[in-house]
Design a binder for this molecule. Structure first.
Ligand code: SF4
Length: 208
């Protein structure tokens, strides 16, 4: 499946939810979902009622877009979630949250997950002192995430830290702005994941 490269706000408007794909703009009143509540297109203002399948599919697509993973990879996350003990939907979200690119975003090193992925790809981060340039790398409780070259920080990271520095990080992470270092304290609980989706619908989608 190709990566969608069109206007990302359109995706949020189509799903009717904020997917936080555009960095700081998503937190302002300029957000397209805030300004135009109906879906895009000439028939966007008509009321549409989705059947169960449509609702389940929409929820799955939404989570894929939020975390920016492709179908095959997403399905693998689901299989892994089924294999593990616990509530499948919650485990699925935990696996997505524990991706290195997501953690970099959550810590405030990047303004969006898209930017976080690029920065990880370009080798800007260390996990426990070792360079890791794989965005899907699964972090674990106790891992530290720091800058590969603290003396020569990329402009995008500086800007992100200026913008997000001081914003609280989720309770399962800790961040030291002076040291520019983050730590994973635990696996997030469902309550600690602010992604507003109904993961049970995704489980239903793959269980058909
Ligand atoms: Fe979605 Fe962000 Fe665009 Fe709002 S500004 S529509 S949350 S990508």
């Amino acid at each position: 499946m190709a990566v969608y490269s069109g206007p990302v706000c359109r995706l949020c408007r189509r799903d009717g939810v904020k997917l936080f794909l555009k960095g700081e703009r998503c937190y302002t009143s300029k957000c397209a979902v805030e300004r135009r509540k109906h879906p895009p297109g000439m028939h966007g203002q008509r009321q549409r009622k989705l059947a169960d399948y449509g609702l389940q599919l929409r929820e799955k697509q939404e989570v894929k877009r939020i975390y920016r993973v492709l179908e095959k990879q997403f399905r693998n996350y689901f299989k892994e979630a089924v294999r593990r003990k616990g509530v499948t939907g919650e485990t699925l979200l935990q696996l997505l949250e524990m991706r290195l690119d997501n953690v970099v975003y959550r810590l405030g090193f990047a303004l969006s997950r898209r930017q976080a992925r690029q920065l990880v790809n370009h080798g800007h981060f260390l996990v426990n002192g070792q360079k890791v340039n794989i965005p899907s790398y699964q972090v674990r409780p106790g891992d530290t995430i720091s800058l590969a070259k603290p003396e020569h920080v990329a402009g995008a990271i500086e800007e992100a830290l200026r913008t997000t520095g001081g914003r609280p990080v989720p309770a399962w992470l800790e961040f030291d702005l002076d040291e520019r270092k983050g730590r994973v304290l635990s696996v997030p609980t469902r309550e600690q994941i602010d992604t507003q989706v109904n993961e049970a619908l995704i489980v239903q989608f793959y269980s058909r």
